[in-house]
Every structure is written in C-alpha cells, then in structure tokens.
Design a protein around this ligand. Sequence first.
Ligand code: UDX
Length: 433
Amino acid sequence: MRISVIGCGYLGAVHASALAELGHDVVGIDVDERKIAALRAGRPPFFEPGLPEILSSAAASGRLRFSTDIADAAGADVHFLAVGTPQTIGGTSADLRYVDAAFEGLLPHLAEGSLIVGKSTVPVGTAARLAARLAKEAPHANLAWNPEFLREGFAVKDTLEPDRLVYGVADERAASVLDQVYRAAIEAGTPRIVTDYATAELVKVAANAFLATKISFINAMSEIADATGADVTALADAIGHDVRIGRRFLNAGVGFGGGCLPKDIRAFTARAEELGRGDSLAFLKEVDAINMRQRQRVVDLAIDVLGGSVFRKKVAVLGVTFKPDSDDVRDSPALDVAVHLKGLGAEVVATDPEGVENARMRHPQLDYTTSAREALTGADLVVLVTEWREYRALDPIETGRLVAERRIIDGRNVLDLHAWRAAGWQVRGLGRP
Ligand code: UDX
C-alpha cells in the first residue's frame, strides 16, 4: 500500500520504517528540516535500538522516503497521524495543535477512498470531532483511530510484533484497510479489537493510567516499607506471583517519567473534568503525587547520607534519561534529581550513555560526561537513577577504588545490596532495609 506518516518523532519514524520494512511504500513527513535531513541520510534523529538497521534496509529497498512537504502525502491510500500531543504549557490538558495542523494540512491532499489513521494519544472525543470535519470537507475520505502502545527502547519490536491491534472505526471498510496495512501481524495471530472511536481513544489512556497506577502503588508500598523496615522488592516478588497481579511494572524506585505516562494521566484527568466526571479519575492525581514524591525521596536520602547537607559535595548521578535504552529526557526523574541536587549546592556530575546531549539542551547548568568512570572519580556520593545495564553491572570493589566515599543510593532498586555492603559501601534504596 502507499502510506504517509505525518510526524517523524519517536513514534512516527519507527512506524514509517517498520511499514516500509513490511513491504509498503512509505513517505515520512515532518516540519522539522533537521530531523528529515538526518532520516534521509539514514541517521535516526534519536537513539532507539534496532531503528538504524530497519531505516537503512527500508531506504535501500527504495520504499521509504522523507519530506518536509505535506503535499508529498498526496496519492497515499493511508495517512497516519503520528504527531506529538504534549502537555499544554501552564496546564495539564493535551495540546492538540500538532494533530489539528497535520489534519488540516492533509485535507487538500486526500485521494478518493483514502483513510486517515490517528495514532497520536488524544483526549477522548477528538476522533469524532475530526470525523465530523472530514465529512464536511472531504467526504470521499475516511477516518480511523489506531492507538500505539510501543515502548521506547523496544519500539521496533513493539511495532513489528504488537501484542494487540486496536481499531476505532466508523465502518467495516476502514477496518479492512487497516487489516491490509497490518497483514503480517494479523497472519501471525495478533489479537485485533475493532471498536468505536471513543473506545479506541480510551484504550490508550486507560492502559497508560493503569501502568502508572501500578508503579505508584508499589512506590506507595515502598514508603510504608521504609517506615516499617520491610523490603519492597521481596513484597513485589511475592504479590507478583499472583497471576492476577503480575510482577511487571512493580519495580519501586524514583518513579515514572518520559513523554507518555506523566502527561497522559494528567491529560486524562483534565478530560474527565471537562466531561463532568472528575471524581472518576481523581485517584490519578494521587498517582501523580506519589510519583513526583519519589524524586524528592531520593534527594532527601542524599541529604541524609551526606550528614544533613549536599552543599559542595561531589555527587555522581548515574543516568539522565527517563529509562534505559533511550536518549529521551522528557520528564525524566533522573534529570530532575540531578537538577535538584545541583540547586542545593552539590557539585553534580551527571553521566549517561545516550542522554547527555538532550539533557544538556534542557539543563546546561549541570556538568555532564558520557564516561561513568569520570563521573565516579572522587565522588562523595553516587546516585543511580536510570538502570542502564552498565550501571547495574558496576563492580562494587572496582567502583570503590574510584570514589572518595563509598556511599550509593540505588534509586531503582537494582543493586545486590549484600555484594555492595560486603565491599564496604553504605547503600540506601527506596523501601529496602
Ligand atoms: C509507555 C507505555 O509502556 C507504552 O505502552 C506507551 O505506548 C507509551 O508509554 P514508555 O514511556 O516508553 O512506554 O516507557 P515504560 O517502559 O512504560 O516506562 C515508563 C516509566 O515507568 C519509566 O520512567 C520507567 O522507569 C518507569 N517504571 C516502569 C518504573 O518506575 N517501574 C516499573 O516497574 C516500570
């Protein structure tokens, strides 16, 4: 099929490359000229494992092009909207200006029988609003909403082998077009849920709200564990054995961040309030509050471990991205902790294998290095806040030779406490005795 993907960020660039890899003829479109230039040169504009490989194989096949001109979407059978829906500045609702601009931009270029497919995470009701406008402006075209569940770090795999497909459609015709797009996944037996627009929009935010709630639940338990001397990791293992609960997303620590979970729960709450159902989602405010508290807890631990003040202490912060295997620092708990410590007068050196460049753009006041060794050298305190494999694998004895003082805060509860303590380290975690 001929496909256009509007928006070439973390979602769109992977989606466009994956669809070309599956044999479709794809054009990726973005207003950001630098991004398009990089993609044309076969260089992903961000770090995502596996993306360079599918980008170059798709480009070599001649099935993948990139453009800054939305007119190049003309002629496609299917147009995916994969633009961002960030949090509004100064508010909590979703900013729909990019979705609206992409949609309006497409209107003059819609071929007879073509399908617009929304992938962006939007407030429920958006698809119905766009469909009404489409019926007026381009009744020969159709609209579907097809939320995306990819995780950064696993985006290529999640796109090529999704665990489910959700179609929000107004008629069967749209569903059968999407079946052609995703033929490979459907033949592989991927479950497919065909529903209305509102349900499809809600599936996405409900899934993210559930995941966020699960993380904040275990973080609340870690606060209780701290007050009682219990161990939240053993607690998570034990309750996680109940298949109704499950062990995944029960890792207590500095909390969730990134471009999705935090802003999605806030936008969902704002939308519920607009609908006069604020009470139904009031608990998500608590989920958000618990999450934000974890960052402060790590800072408080640092103050405590350093005897009451971090002023002029050298602190090595391991990790700035919101999770490993990504260079994304949007709403990153790790970076927030680093900035806060710096604000309290600590001499912070932050390190990350992939996120330093993005972090520096947001917070140039911090000192950065890509070398963990350099950050650790002479440190009075080490704070592990993003669980990159190389930080999890640090050897306590070797690391002990680099630092000035053997003190570490494990903000992700990933270190073997016994091994570190045996090597003479003072180790503190969240909800661990
Ligand atoms: C999330 C959803 O998982 C994905 O389905 C959706 O499409 C987009 O949002 P992503 O933001 O890439 O994906 O990251 P995810 O792996 O979900 O992690 C989110 C945050 O939660 C990270 O900051 C992570 O460190 C944190 N987290 C996750 C925890 O603190 N504890 C856990 O147990 C799991």
